[in-house]
Design a protein around this ligand. Structure first.
Ligand code: B12
Ligand code: SF4
Length: 443
């Protein structure tokens, strides 16, 4: 049997697909391939970098879909189906909006692949694909290893993606994770993960866990087991990790360089209304205590902000970027608050009549990447879009990059960290400008 796995692009610049120079390995496709028996001939195509050979013979096409890639994923699915090829769609977006995705697929897979993907393969072989496979989220990759050989030659960043856990115990209003995982944090067998990493050639690992410190004791066990591998690693973590100094120490000893940390907002009122529990203990919106702890351990941060909450103004956005520069964050994402389907935020904005693009921005032909898809409370949608773009420009300006690099506590701590900073800051700067305002899909 021949299986074709596809990672769709987000959209286009002028008339051709955007080529993401900072692309990372599509771990979910590696996991799907790892679940296939040896006699399944698997091919992987990444729409972010190569043309999809629609006429290549195949028995089943499996496409992973996120909300931002839905429009392009449906185009590809329609193209294949018009040639008589069977298509199955899975991933975050079809799981949240199956009724929409079903129009473009022969079969839908809702939830994690680990539980029932073998049934899909069995049915596809027999020609009896069911219209719907519904699986529950659970611990990742029990007994299976991603097929990383499929990633070779596609120009991915030299960082291996891996996962220890999935989901998060918190329920922030805007986050699709709690909708998908039901506020549960699922962990993998540490021994299996370590065995997988021993076979990985990359020195730097990105654990794509939604919140690797959601269970601090489990994170400590992981750190102890990671230490002998001598790898360097980064992940995503909530800022309340700073309450546990033993955990901080173990992370650093095991090779952790830093984390993506969701600061979201400097406005305490916004943090309360979005239910960002791990951030609520900080006072006056300055995160001073937590940042002092992080700096004392020398961790480099990728600070993530969501802008456009009901208490935010244009001035909030300006203060946020000043704060990010002042703190010399290694990287920062000034994300617009985006109402992803089925999140509490989406439902609230819908009830309040504040969604733009007929409530379906991800398929709307006029919607553009990084534009506000809703009416903020204290500014216009255009003002929010503009303020976020200004923030990105300011943070990624050459003066800011140079200023932020001169930080003895973090970036100047070792030549490796300094090199990493200078390898990725110019790249992210270029991508920030290129992506702004791109249209979704190709057609
Ligand atoms: C790593 C990551 C990134 C990396 C990119 C990784 C890459 N390979 O390119 C970076 C940091 C660059 C990134 C960027 C962005 N990301 Co991101 N990212 C993630 C993260 C944390 C992990 C994804 C992952 O690899 N998981 C591990 C794999 C194994 O699991 P999985 O993808 O869930 O797949 C499993 C199941 O869903 C299912 N499955 C998936 N696809 C399919 C297909 C079939 C056919 C089947 C049968 C099953 C199946 O089986 C898999 C195994 O169980 C997720 C959070 C999450 N938990 O999903 C967010 C997430 C996917 N990202 C998100 C967003 C919004 C973005 C950005 C748009 C942010 C921005 N504003 O720029 C960008 C652009 C994304 C893009 N498409 O290019 C959102 C998407 C929300 C949504 N409703 O779609 C998520 C869910 C985060 C969140 N908190 O909401 N991201
Ligand atoms: S802490 Fe992070 S991953 Fe957890 S629900 Fe909030 S935003 Fe999502």
């Amino acid at each position: 049997m021949r299986l074709t796995l596809i990672k769709p692009n987000i959209g286009r610049l002028e008339h051709s697909l955007y080529v993401d120079e900072g692309r990372m390995q599509p771990l979910q496709l590696g996991v799907l391939a790892g679940l296939c028996p040896e006699d399944v001939e698997v091919r992987l195509y990444d729409d972010r970098v190569e043309p999809i050979p629609l006429d290549e013979p195949t028995d089943l096409v499996a496409i992973t879909v996120e909300t931002f890639t839905a429009r392009r994923a449906y185009e590809l699915a329609d193209d294949y189906r018009s040639r008589g090829v069977k298509v199955i769609l899975g991933g975050m977006h079809p799981t949240l909006l199956p009724e929409e995705a079903a129009v473009h697929a022969d079969a839908l897979y809702l939830g994690d692949a680990e539980e029932r993907f073998h049934e899909v393969l069995r049915d596809a072989r027999k020609g009896t694909l069911a219209p719907l496979y519904r699986a529950l989220p659970g611990p990742p990759q029990t007994g299976s290893v991603p097929r990383r050989a499929l990633f070779h030659g596609k120009g991915y960043l030299p960082i291996a993606l891996a996962q220890f856990s999935r989901g998060c115990k918190y329920t922030c209003e805007f986050c699709a994770i709690s909708t998908y995982f039901g506020a549960t944090h699922f962990r993998r067998q540490v021994r299996e993960l370590i065995a997988e990493l021993e076979a990985v050639s990359e020195k730097l690992i990105f654990f794509v866990d939604d919140n690797i410190v959601a269970d601090r004791e489990a994170a400590k066990v992981l750190c102890r087991e990671l230490k002998p591998l001598g790898k360097r690693w980064v992940s995503q973590a909530s800022i309340d990790m700073t309450e546990d100094l033993e955990l901080m120490e173990l992370m650093v000893e095991s090779g952790c360089l830093g984390h993506v940390v969701g600061f979201e907002s400097l406005e305490p009122a916004s943090l309360r209304s979005m239910r960002k529990i791990p951030n609520l203990r900080q006072s006056k919106g300055r995160y001073a205590e937590q940042l002092a702890v992080i700096r004392s351990f020398g961790l480099q941060l990728w600070a993530a902000f969501t802008l456009g909450h009901d208490h935010d103004t244009v001035d909030t956005v300006r203060r946020t970027v000043e704060f990010a520069i002042e703190q010399k964050f290694c990287f920062a994402a000034f994300n617009l608050l985006v109402p992803y389907p089925r999140t509490p935020l989406y439902e609230r904005l819908r009830r309040e009549g504040r969604l733009l693009y007929e409530g379906c921005w991800w398929l709307h032909p006029e919607y553009r990447f990084n534009h506000a898809p809703f009416r903020p409370a204290k500014m216009s949608a255009d003002e929010l879009t503009e303020a976020c773009f200004e923030a990105r420009k300011r943070f990624n300006g050459l003066g800011s990059i140079l200023y932020r690099s001169l930080d003895p506590a973090t970036t100047l701590r070792s030549p490796y960290r300094f090199a990493l900073y200078w390898a990725y800051n110019p790249l992210f700067r270029r991508e920030t400008f290129r992506k702004q305002g791109m249209r979704l899909g190709l057609r």
